[in-house]
Design a protein around this ligand. Structure first.
Ligand SMILES: Nc1ncnc2c1ncn2[C@@H]1O[C@H](COP(=O)(O)OP(=O)(O)OP(=O)(O)O)[C@@H](O)[C@H]1O
Length: 288
């Protein structure tokens, strides 16, 4: 159909007459790490489940790895990987047994021991799943999602329950998979995670994409007013300006050298995101 990993036009899905996905368009290029953001109930999971072939749609054109996920077959399924939101690992097996077991479902799996190492569970390889902590079980979920060497990986809230160090380690794993050519669709409520990992993202509200772009430039973020702050004998100063370069140059001249505690900040991704979704929840008006 086309070379994109994911191609969606006019996707619709309603539950009992209530639209959950309401004319959604999405294109994800092969090899991209794409973030999906949106408030609770925006339609992210419904969209992702349709793309995964786990939910039917009411209308719209959808191609995932060139196929209609509404008619999934086994070879297509083996090309996608899913990290489920809920723990799917069987309890009585060890980590290694579990990963080996799942590897057998795929035609060209990764080496189970390498995968266990990748997710940082080598020391727990012989532990039963039931003996793992919540964050460690989540790592098993990730291992099961990638052991089949997927071309397209769906990650839904992947780092929920991870400690900060484990999150960073997981981000490294995602970057490694991306370098390996894996296309990744990441759904997360952690904006720093999306910013760190995604090349592009879409914000969904009330079943539609309301903004799309690189995290650094979403909704005109890069051009938004900057805040220049510095400290002098009188204390801390903050100046909002559309020309921070000129402001910093003037400060440089005033201090003839280093400006004490100088910072230049633009609105964070979270600021821009919250602005975007403000008014989309509980309102009858739809953003254009
Ligand atoms: N199986 C279902 N039956 C009925 N309504 C559903 C079903 N699944 C989802 N919905 C409704 O569809 C809408 C979109 O839900 P969805 O789970 O896709 O949102 P989401 O963006 O993934 O939210 P969250 O961030 O909370 O996971 C919500 O109003 C939800 O109540």
């Amino acid at each position: 159909m086309n070379d994109n990993a994911v191609h969606v036009r006019g996707l619709r899905k309603a539950y009992g007459g209530n639209p959950a996905v309401d004319g959604l368009d999405l294109t994800i290029s092969t090899g991209e790490v794409f973030g999906l953001l949106g408030p609770n109930g925006a339609g992210k999971s419904t969209t992702v489940e349709i793309l995964e072939g786990h939910r039917t749609r009411d209308a719209g054109e959808v191609a995932v790895l060139g196929r209609d996920p509404g008619r999934p077959d086994r070879p297509w399924r083996s090309r996608i990987g899913i990290v489920w939101q809920n723990d799917v690992a069987p309890g009585e097996l060890t980590v290694r047994e579990t990963v080996r077991h799942f590897a057998r479902y795929y035609p060209a799996p990764r080496d189970p021991d390498e995968v266990i190492e990748l997710v940082g569970l080598s020391e727990k390889a012989d532990a039963r799943i039931t003996a793992l902590s919540g964050g460690q079980r989540r790592r098993v979920d990730v291992a099961l999602g990638v052991v089949g060497r997927p071309e397209l990986l769906f990650l839904d809230e992947p780092t929920t329950g991870f400690d900060p160090a484990a999150r960073r380690q997981f981000w490294d794993l995602i970057r490694l998979l991306a370098r390996d050519g894996t296309t990744i669709l990441l759904t997360s409520h952690y904006l720093d995670e999306v910013e760190a990992l995604a090349g592009r993202l879409a914000v969904i509200a009330r079943g539609r994409v309301i903004a799309e772009g690189a995290p650094s430039s979403l909704a005109g973020r890069a051009g938004k007013t900057a805040t220049v702050a510095w400290t002098d004998d009188e204390g801390r100063h903050e100046l909002r300006t559309d020309s921070p370069t000129g402001t910093v140059a003037a400060l440089g001249r005033r201090f003839s050298g280093e400006v004490p505690e100088l910072t230049v900040t633009r609105p964070s991704l979270e600021d821009v995101y919250l602005d975007l979704i403000r008014g989309t929840e509980g309102s009858e008006e739809r953003p254009s």
